[in-house]
Ligand binder design. Structure first.
Ligand SMILES: NC(=O)c1ccc[n+]([C@@H]2O[C@H](COP(=O)([O-])OP(=O)(O)OC[C@H]3O[C@@H](n4cnc5c(N)ncnc54)[C@H](OP(=O)(O)O)[C@@H]3O)[C@@H](O)[C@H]2O)c1
Length: 294
C-alpha cells in the first residue's frame, strides 16, 4: 500500500484551491486547507467531508484539516509555518493557489508592502521556504498556480507601488510566480521538485462570494463576458492538479516543468528559465521577507 500523502493547499477557499482539495481528498490524500478566515475554512472542510461521505468513499474525517494563514502578513506566514511543522511530521506537497486581485491601488499595507505583491508573491515565497527542509524529507512537490499572461518585471518598482494599473500590477505578481517556480526548481533540484500549473480559465460559479472577487469597471465587464462564454467548471483544473500531485513517479522528472492542465508544455517558458532574473528575484524576496529559516 502506498503511503498516504499530506498535501497543503493554499487558497483552499477559492475556485481552484477548493476543487483541488476535493480532488486530492477523493484520491485519499490527507489535505490541509489553508486560508485567512477560520470559519470559512471550517465550512469548506465540512463540505468536502460531506461530499466524500455522499460519494461513499469512507475517508476518515481527520483526513481534512485546516490551517489559518494570512499570506499578506509575514508574521502570520511565519506563525502558520511553525504550526504546520509542529502538526505535520511529513509534508509531501504544497499547492500555491492563493491570489488577490485588488483594484484602486496601490494599496499599501502597514508593513509598507503593496497588498497584491505581499499576498501573491512574498507570502507564498516565505511559506514555501520555511517548509522546504521538512518537504525534502519526503521528496516534496511544490505546485505554483500561474496565469496565462506575461508581464515584464519592473526592477525599479517591483511591487507596483509608484505606478499602478491594477491588471498590470496583478499580472506582474503572476510573472513573479513563474520566475520563482523556475528558480526553486534550479536551487533545490534533487531535493524537492517545483512545477508551474496553468489552470486555463475556470470558475466555481456556485461560490457565493464570486461577485466580490470580480474586478469593477470595464475589466469587470470583460471578466463577466468571459465567465459566461469561456469559463469552465473549477474541477477542470482541480482534477489534473490532484493527479499531478499524487501520481507516483520520480518527481525529479517533472522538476521545472510547466503544465497546462494535464499536459506538460513542450515550449520553453522564458520566465521560468531566466536564470539571472530568477536569482535576482529570489535575492530581492529574501531581503523583503526576512530570514528564510526558522
Ligand atoms: N480561475 C482561473 O481561471 C485562473 C486562471 C489563471 C490563474 N489563476 C490563478 O490561480 C490562483 C487561484 O485562482 P482562483 O480562481 O481559485 O481565485 P479565487 O477564487 O479568487 O481564490 C483566491 C484564493 O486566495 C485566497 N486569498 C486571498 N488573499 C489571501 C490572503 N491574504 N491570505 C490567504 N489567502 C488569501 C482567497 O481566500 P478568501 O476566500 O479568504 O478570499 C481564496 O482562497 C490565483 O493566483 C489566480 O491568479 C486562476
Amino acid at each position: 500500500m502506498t503511503k498516504q500523502q499530506t498535501i497543503l493547499v493554499a487558497g483552499a477557499t477559492g475556485s481552484i484551491g477548493n476543487s483541488a482539495a476535493v480532488a486530492l481528498a477523493k484520491r485519499g490524500a490527507r489535505v490541509v486547507l489553508l486560508g485567512r478566515r477560520a470559519e470559512k475554512l471550517s465550512s469548506r472542510a465540512d463540505s468536502i467531508r460531506d461530499a466524500l461521505t455522499d460519494a461513499g468513499d469512507g475517508h476518515e474525517v481527520t483526513d481534512i484539516s485546516t490551517l489559518v494563514i494570512d499570506f499578506s502578513d509575514m508574521d502570520s506566514v511565519r506563525a502558520a509555518a511553525e504550526e504546520a511543522l509542529n502538526r505535520f511530521p511529513a509534508i509531501d506537497g504544497l499547492v500555491l493557489s492563493v491570489g488577490a486581485f485588488i483594484q484602486g491601488g496601490p494599496n499599501v499595507l502597514p508593513s509598507g508592502h503593496e497588498v497584491m505583491f505581499a499576498t501573491n508573491v512574498m507570502g507564498p515565497f516565505l511559506f514555501t521556504n520555511l517548509l522546504l527542509e521538512r518537504m525534502q524529507q519526503s521528496d516534496g512537490l511544490v505546485l505554483h498556480v500561474i496565469a496565462p499572461f506575461h508581464e515584464a518585471l519592473d526592477w525599479d518598482d517591483l511591487e507596483s507601488l509608484k505606478n499602478q494599473r491594477p491588471m498590470k500590477a496583478f499580472n506582474r505578481t503572476k510573472e513573479c510566480n513563474r520566475v520563482i517556480a523556475g528558480e526553486l526548481a534550479r536551487r533545490y533540484a534533487g531535493r524537492i521538485s517545483s512545477v508551474a500549473f496553468d489552470p486555463t480559465f475556470v470558475l466555481d460559479k456556485s461560490d457565493p462570494e464570486l461577485k466580490d472577487r470580480w474586478p469593477h469597471g470595464f475589466a469587470g465587464f470583460v471578466w463577466r463576458l468571459m465567465a459566461i462564454f469561456r469559463a469552465k467548471p473549477a474541477e477542470v483544473a482541480g482534477e489534473p492538479l490532484a493527479e499531478l500531485m499524487l501520481t507516483p513517479r520520480d518527481r525529479g522528472s517533472i522538476n521545472g516543468a510547466l503544465f497546462v492542465l494535464d499536459k506538460r508544455s513542450d515550449k520553453r517558458d522564458e520566465a521560468m528559465n531566466d536564470e539571472a532574473e530568477g536569482e535576482r528575484l529570489w535575492d530581492r524576496l529574501e531581503l523583503l521577507t526576512g530570514p528564510l529559516q526558522r
